[in-house]
Design a binder for this molecule. Structure first.
Ligand SMILES: [Zn+2]
Length: 334
C-alpha cells in the first residue's frame, strides 16, 4: 500500500549489548505485533473459506465474490516490519494488501490504525483548547433491504451537515467538524437490517448541542427517533471507547461480544451481502475541521536511530507466520 511505503534504508548494525545477531530472537514488541497480524490473517482466511464455499448462493455476484476471495488469499502473505530499537516501536514498512474494505480484517485493521493515529491527536488538541466534543449516534428505522436504508442514512447525514454549512441552521449549526462511520446489525429473526451512524462532533467554544433539536432534525429527514449524544470529557479514555465502535476492523459490524448486539451481529454471509451492496460507496465521512482525516494517508512522525528489519511469511500449510531477520532489504519481493 503506497501510504506506508518508505525508501529502503540500510539495516542498522546491532547495538552493543543487544542481542540482534543473525540468530537473535525478536524483541517482545515484534512478537506482539506478529501475534496481532496473525489474528487478522486468520480472520481473513476464515472469510475466504466462507466466500469460496458460498459464492454460488450470490447469483450473478458469484464471480465478484470469488475474485475477492482470490485477492484476499494474497493479502497479508508477507509483511516487512521495522523494529526501531531505541523507541521500542515496530512499524510496518510494506506488506501485501488486497484492499477489500470491510471484508478483509487484515486490511481493515491496518486502515483503522492509520485513522486512529490521525484522529486521536486532533481531538485531544481541540479538547485542550476547551472545545466540546460529543459522540453522536444516529439511527434510522430498520428494513428488509440494505441499499435503500444506507441511501436514506447517508442522504440524511449529508442534509444535516449541509443545513449547518449552507443555512447556518439546525441542531449542528455550531459544529466545527464531524467524523462519522456506518455500522450495521441484522435481526436474526426478522432478518431486517439495522443501520446507524457513529460520529464525533466538535463544537465552537462554549457551545453545546440540544439533543431534542437534533432528534427533531433527524426525524424530519427519515422518521428515525433514536439519537444519542454523549459528551467526550476525557479524550484519552472516551476516545478509546468511541473508536471501539467507530473504527474497529470491519467498521460495518457490531462488536461480536457486545451484550446488547451479540444476537444481531452480522454473520460472515451477512458481511458478504453487505460488502456487495457497499463496495463502491464510502462508509466513513469527515467534514469541517476533520476533513481529510478519514482518508487512508497517514503521515507518521519519522523515527530515527537504529532499527532491525524482520519479515514474516504466511505458511498456509499450518496457518501461521514464519518470522525471519532481514539483512538485505526486500529485493526478492518488491
Ligand atoms: Zn486485505
Amino acid at each position: 500500500m503506497p501510504q506506508i511505503e518508505r525508501p529502503l534504508g540500510r539495516v542498522a548494525a546491532p547495538r552493543s549489548g543487544q542481542d540482534y545477531g543473525a540468530d537473535s530472537k525478536p524483541a517482545p514488541e515484534v512478537t506482539a505485533k506478529v501475534r496481532r497480524l496473525l489474528k487478522c490473517k486468520q480472520s481473513n482466511e476464515h472469510m475466504q473459506r466462507v466466500m469460496l464455499e458460498h459464492a454460488g448462493s450470490f447469483g450473478t455476484d458469484a464471480t465478484a465474490v470469488l475474485e475477492a476471495a482470490r485477492k484476499m488469499a494474497y493479502c497479508g502473505s508477507w509483511v516487512w516490519l521495522r523494529d526501531y530499537i531505541e523507541h521500542h516501536k515496530v512499524r510496518m514498512v510494506r506488506a501485501a494488501f488486497c484492499n477489500k474494505r470491510n471484508l478483509c480484517t487484515f486490511c481493515d485493521a491496518a486502515r483503522s490504525r492509520r485513522v486512529i493515529a490521525q484522529v486521536m491527536p486532533k481531538v485531544q488538541a481541540l479538547h485542550k483548547r476547551k472545545l466540546n466534543s460529543y459522540m453522536m449516534t444516529l439511527t434510522i428505522p430498520s428494513g428488509p433491504h440494505l441499499l435503500p436504508l444506507v441511501v436514506v442514512l447517508f442522504t440524511s447525514l449529508r442534509k444535516l451537515w449541509l443545513r449547518k454549512k449552507v443555512n447556518k441552521a439546525g441542531a449542528l449549526r455550531h459544529v466545527l467538524g464531524m467524523i462519522a462511520s456506518l455500522e450495521l446489525t441484522r435481526n436474526r429473526i426478522t432478518r431486517h437490517w439495522h443501520a446507524h451512524i457513529h460520529a464525533i462532533i466538535t463544537l465552537e467554544l462554549g457551545r453545546r448541542v440540544d439533543a431534542r433539536e437534533l432528534r427533531a432534525d433527524w426525524s424530519a429527514y427519515n422518521g428515525g427517533i433514536q439519537v444519542d449524544l454523549k459528551p467526550i470529557k476525557d479524550p484519552q479514555r472516551d476516545l478509546v471507547e468511541v473508536f471501539k465502535y467507530m473504527l474497529k476492523p470491519g467498521d460495518l459490524y457490531e462488536v461480536g461480544n457486545s451484550q446488547k448486539t451479540a444476537g444481531n451481529a452480522l454473520s460472515s454471509l451477512d458481511r458478504i451481502e453487505a460488502w456487495l451492496v457497499l463496495r463502491k460507496r464510502r462508509t466513513r465521512f469527515a467534514y469541517g475541521l476533520y476533513f481529510g482525516l478519514m482518508d487512508d494517508a497517514l503521515v507518521e512522525p519519522e523515527l530515527t536511530g537504529e532499527y532491525v528489519d524482520w519479515l514474516i511469511y504466511w505458511q498456509s500449510n499450518n496457518g501461521t507466520y514464519r518470522l525471519q531477520r532481514e539483512k538485505d532489504g526486500l529485493h526478492g519481493l518488491v
